[in-house]
Structure formats: structure tokens, C-alpha cells
Design a binder for this molecule. Structure first.
Ligand code: ZN
Length: 148
């Protein structure tokens, strides 16, 4: 039945795959972890560094996760996996729902990122900025890491 989750959220994963392929052709890398493809390096790193004023360590798009580096992916993995579960619940509605929440919070003059209920859930389970909370499964069996 897991295949249904992959189908339901495939439109989101397709966006991540397109970004990931752009990363690969510009010198980036790909690895498989916890049922997701993780991309880092090349244009992926450039995109995440420049997507906001402070940059973004990692971002989930369906069953793909893009990260600035392998370390960024490792420390963000638990947090991003919460977003994967959210994508599996919301499917193609996830991105619109996330953006509507952020817009509503912005209108309310609140933090459209940290007050977003999707982020509140993810940070409640795993805060990438708290090293006590993240797990180190970089040597997870089945993962294919192609680091230089
Ligand atoms: Zn998040």
C-alpha cells in the first residue's frame, strides 16, 4: 500500500526530481534514505543558499529532499521526514495548503515560517538546530551515497 503514497504525492516529487536532476547535471549528488531520494550539491546548493535571506538547509518536495550538503541532509533528516509524512497525507494539496497557511500568518503579522502549523508539527518532532534530537543514520543500509 506504500505505493499509493508515492502516487498520491508524485506531483510534488516530480518538482523535486526536476530540481535534483538540475543538481546532478551541475555536479551534485544523489542518495537514497528512508524511502526518499536526497539531492545535494551543484545547483541544488546554490538554490537553497539563495532562496531566502538566510538560506535554507534542506527542503522536502514529496519523496525527494534537497539539501545544501550531506551534513545538512543528515541533521535535517528527521525534520524533513515529518514533512514527507505531511506530503503523504495532503498529496498535491500540500504545497497550496502550506502557502495558504503562510499567507494567512503573514497577513496576521506573524512568522509565516515558524508559526506555520506544518512547521510547528515538524519542529515539535525534530528540530534540525538541536543536535540532541537528530539521528545519525548516514550509514543506513540500502542507502547509496556517492560522495566524492
Ligand atoms: Zn520544515
Amino acid at each position: 500500500m506504500r505505493i499509493l503514497y508515492y502516487i498520491w504525492t508524485f506531483p510534488n516529487s516530480l518538482i523535486g526530481l526536476c530540481v535534483g536532476v538540475l543538481g546532478l547535471v551541475s555536479g551534485g549528488r544523489c542518495q537514497a534514505r528512508r524511502g526518499c531520494l536526497e539531492f545535494h550539491g551543484g545547483l541544488v546548493t546554490w538554490l537553497l543558499k539563495n532562496i531566502s535571506v538566510n538560506g535554507v538547509l534542506a527542503m522536502t518536495l514529496g519523496h525527494t529532499i534537497i539539501g545544501q550538503t550531506t551534513s545538512a541532509l543528515r541533521i535535517s533528516r528527521d525534520h524533513e521526514q515529518v514533512h514527507v509524512r505531511q506530503y503523504e497525507r495532503w498529496g498535491p494539496l500540500f504545497i497550496p495548503a502550506y502557502l495558504i497557511c503562510s499567507a494567512y500568518l503573514w497577513i496576521q503579522n506573524r512568522d509565516c515560517y515558524r508559526d506555520n502549523p506544518f512547521e510547528v508539527e515538524a519542529y515539535g518532532i525534530a528540530d534540525p538546530h538541536d543536535p540532541q534530537k537528530y539521528s545519525d543514520d548516514s550509514a543506513e543500509p540500502g542507502g547509496v551515497t556517492r560522495d566524492p
